[in-house]
Each structure stands twice: as structure tokens, then as C-alpha cells.
Design a protein around this ligand. Structure first.
Ligand code: FES
Length: 255
């Protein structure tokens, strides 16, 4: 390992020196600052993200990365935007992995497990090897939610899969050739729209929106120029950080 001493534009050294570590990106060796995430290290090494990056905050699942360490047979995984580099990691990104996604006529579905079985009969090819759960960077118990779907428990599958960020790494490891994350997404959509109890306040709000309650207010906003919109935004009444339970805004026109 060596150290980096960055220089300011005027030529004087910055106060911070940082340890450099070797990493291998698609087989090529680079030395990068040890504190960087994989994503920043790749950019430091000269790569430009055009695909395979989105939120940069661990939410969108666009930056799935696989890597190995020398002398270790394990395949390791991480999100490039969240995982800090390690010396001698050999890595590459999996920005997209082809996976079957069955189109469904959602309105025609009945909200039963058969909806899922008909769309994804390959579900029953799962041999419960658990490679999917092991590879998940979000620690989602993928094999368990697949088992719950097979048992017809869509509510349990919804809860177990809720933290999925659709990175697709599970599908890369599945010997049954499932695209687990697409199957779970259909389950959550079915559960959320056809099985979970509807919150009354949401139904009321949807009715009001459909009836055009906000059309006039939106037209006023659309007619404003950028500076006026910024001013309105900055001066808006904000909810206090420690909000009392009975707090309501002074202007309750659209509550
Ligand atoms: S860029 Fe969105 S999770 Fe990494």
C-alpha cells in the first residue's frame, strides 16, 4: 500500500494524505484511496458511470457489484455506492442481469396465489438452496419469501421481501432460473392493491383528487415563474422538528 498526497491547484500539498489500496476492476489493477466506496473508486480510476448508477444512496439497486478476494473461493457482493473498497478486491459491476418478467393484466387478477403461479410457474423450480438469500446485499430472506409464496401466504411474502431494492443479484445465482425480485414485486402489488385493508383516509384523498379538488391550486403553481416557486417553497409553513400530536398547519385549505 502506498499513500496519496493530493495537491491543490496552486501546487501546495493538501493537509490530508490518504492510504492507497490496490483493487482490480475487470482485471486491471488500480490504486485508489482506501476510504472510497467502490463507485467513487471506479470514478477515481477513470471510469464514468452512464448506466449502473442511480440514487448513489443504497436505494435504487442499480449498482450491484460482485467481487472476490485472492485465495478465497467466496463470491462476495455489495452495492457499489455503499461498499468501501478493500485491498486486492477483484470486482466487476452487474448493472443489468436479464431476468424474466411476465406481463400481467393487473386489473383482471383476483388477488390469489394462483395469480402468481400462473404468471411465474417457474416458482416451483426453487430447490431451496438459499444462494439467493446469501447473495442479497440487503439481507432479504429471498428463499423464505419464495417459500411463503409457494405456500400461498402472500402477506408473509410481502413482509419478507419489503426491503428488496430490485438489484437482481438473486436472479444471477438461482439454479432454478427464477427472477425472484420480479416475482416478489408482483406479490407486493397484489397484496397492496387487492388484499391489504384500505386506509380510509387514503380512499378519501383519492376521491378528492379524482373529483378535481386540486386542479385550481395546481394551475396556479404551473403559472408561476421559477423564482416565485422558489420563494413560495422557502417561505412555506413547515412542520416543526418535534411535532406535537395535535399540530396542524395554519392554512388548512387542502387538508
Ligand atoms: S446507485 Fe442506487 S443503490 Fe447504488
Amino acid at each position: 500500500m502506498s499513500t496519496m498526497e493530493a495537491t491543490e491547484s496552486g501546487g501546495g500539498p493538501l493537509k490530508v494524505t490518504e492510504e492507497l489500496v490496490p483493487i482490480y476492476i475487470m482485471g486491471k489493477r488500480y490504486e485508489v484511496p482506501a476510504s472510497l466506496t467502490i463507485m467513487k473508486a471506479m470514478e477515481y480510476a477513470g471510469y464514468q458511470y452512464i448506466r449502473g448508477a442511480g440514487c448513489r444512496g443504497g436505494i435504487c439497486g442499480a449498482c450491484a457489484t460482485v467481487y472476490r478476494k485472492p485465495g478465497d473461493y467466496h463470491i462476495r457482493v455489495g452495492l457499489a455506492c455503499q461498499t468501501v473498497v478493500e485491498p486486492d478486491m477483484y470486482l466487476t459491476q452487474i448493472p443489468f442481469f436479464p431476468a424474466n418478467r411476465t406481463p400481467v393484466d393487473f386489473e383482471a387478477l383476483e388477488g390469489t396465489p394462483e395469480d402468481v403461479y400462473n404468471a411465474y410457474p417457474e416458482l416451483f423450480r426453487c430447490v431451496a438452496c438459499n444462494a439467493c438469500s446469501k447473495v442479497c446485499p440487503m439481507d432479504v430472506p429471498v428463499m423464505d419469501y419464495i417459500a411463503a409464496i409457494k405456500q400461498g401466504d402472500l402477506e408473509k411474502a410481502t413482509e419478507l421481501s419489503f426491503d428488496c431494492i430490485q438489484c437482481g443479484l438473486c436472479a444471477t445465482r438461482c439454479m432454478g432460473e427464477l427472477a425472484q425480485y420480479h416475482i416478489a414485486q408482483l406479490v407486493r402489488r397484489i397484496y397492496g392493491s387487492k388484499l391489504a385493508p384500505h386506509p380510509a383516509h387514503l380512499d378519501t384523498m383519492v376521491e378528492q383528487i379524482t373529483a378535481g379538488r386540486y386542479v385550481e391550486a395546481l394551475a396556479v403553481l404551473m403559472a408561476m415563474d421559477t423564482e416565485s416557486l422558489k420563494k413560495l417553497y422557502v417561505e412555506r409553513e413547515m412542520e416543526p422538528a418535534m411535532t406535537p400530536e395535535d399540530w396542524t398547519p395554519q392554512d388548512s385549505t387542502y387538508l
